[in-house]
Design a protein around this ligand. Sequence first.
Ligand code: HEC
Length: 444
Amino acid sequence: MIKLVYVGVLACWLGLWSSFSALAQQATFYQTIQPLIHAKCAVCHRPGEASPFSLITYDDVAKRATFIKKVVSTGYMPPWRADDHYTAFANKRSLTPEQISVITSWIDAGLPKGKVRKEAEEALMTRVNAGTAHNRPPDLTLKLDKPFRQSGDGVERFMVFKLPFELASTANVAALEFTSSNKKVIHHANFAIHPVEDTTISLTNTIAQVDLNGADAWHYQEWMPYKKQMTYYGGWIPGSSVETYPEDMGWVLPKRGVVLLTVHLGPAGKDEDVIAGVNFFFKKTPIKRTVNVISLGSGGIAEKNISPPLLLFGGEVKTCSLQVAYRNQPITLLYAWPHMHQVGKEFTAFATLPNADTLKLVHIPDWDFRWQELYRYQKPVILPTGSVVNVIGTYDNTDANPMNPNKPAKLITSDGKMRSDQEMMTLILIYTTYQTGDENLRLD
Ligand code: HEC
């Protein structure tokens, strides 16, 4: 009797085993694994991006197979910190359990190649060479005309670069992204697009770059005439994707103006040259719905209302929150970008509606400064008039936090300089004015 059960279990186990190995046998590099690796890993693991090596070709992957098996099984790679049960995002990067098992079984099966097809890696390298992660080359790239050298002196720098532009006509922006010849030394970047219609204001007769903490920082004043208006702003953190908009949405790039591009360069051990810029992708179709961006908290709206103030004593774990009442017309949220620095632990944002319902915006249960993202909603979130947006950030400024930049822990401020050893609590929202039917939109 016992024997019979045992045989039954064994048969069943063998059945499972053979179906698993059948799956592994089916999975070959070019047919199954490469598309997955390109979609989930190569955004970062490609030349010029923040990761230490590329995962594009068979050899790239085969060489590191054991390591890859380890990092995908433990969930360390690909990094994805959002709580998907709280809000669903279209640009979700994590692997499903099935995808993990396809990769690991393929590795266990001895890395079968399959029929060699080079199209995917050639297409990817074409985009890499065009300096874009998008699916087509950019229509306009505004970038430094000569490399900026981040000296290997171990000092972090906030550089602002002026990128002037004069176009034949305005352009409808379908997508945009930060680009750089070298991203390893860049902590983050942000850029603002300022229209300058008044042709008596020169775009070129002012300083081209300013080191915000350097002796020439006062030169920044020269740019004040440009800063009267702002069309749009965007940013980049390692791994963040291209910002794209649905068909009839976007914003209009003015004919003439400047982009002021702030690049936060981390300390470097050797000299690093950087040519940074912004890629624009245009569309011919009209923009019926303008996309806007707002920033709540540090460096943005209601910064002073963060309570208690974002001042963290050494040894302290503290939760700060911010409420911003939203009184204008209803809006449709497309993206949420939570931002904290190194001692951030948890980030939550939700809206309380006039009828007391709660609308979940984003939750990062285990914040990691290294892995941030511009999260694109799978279904847009509609924020009615009279909503209150709540942002809650928890910070761990103790010695037990391995991410603490200070050893031993000491006072961390947030006095607006935005250095990476200071703290921030910011929620950036990309939105458009609500229209009936937006409830049914899908952004993936
Ligand atoms: C958001 C960007 C990003 C994505 C997406 C990403 N990686 Fe990474 N990966 C990195 C960076 C940066 C490092 C180096 C720093 C580190 O190890 O934390 C790294 C390190 C690694 C390492 C070395 C780990 C170690 O301990 O040294 C492996 C192996 C790896 N990645 C595999 C993958 C695989 C496989 C995928 C896709 C399933 C992937 N990565 C997706 C950014 C990324």
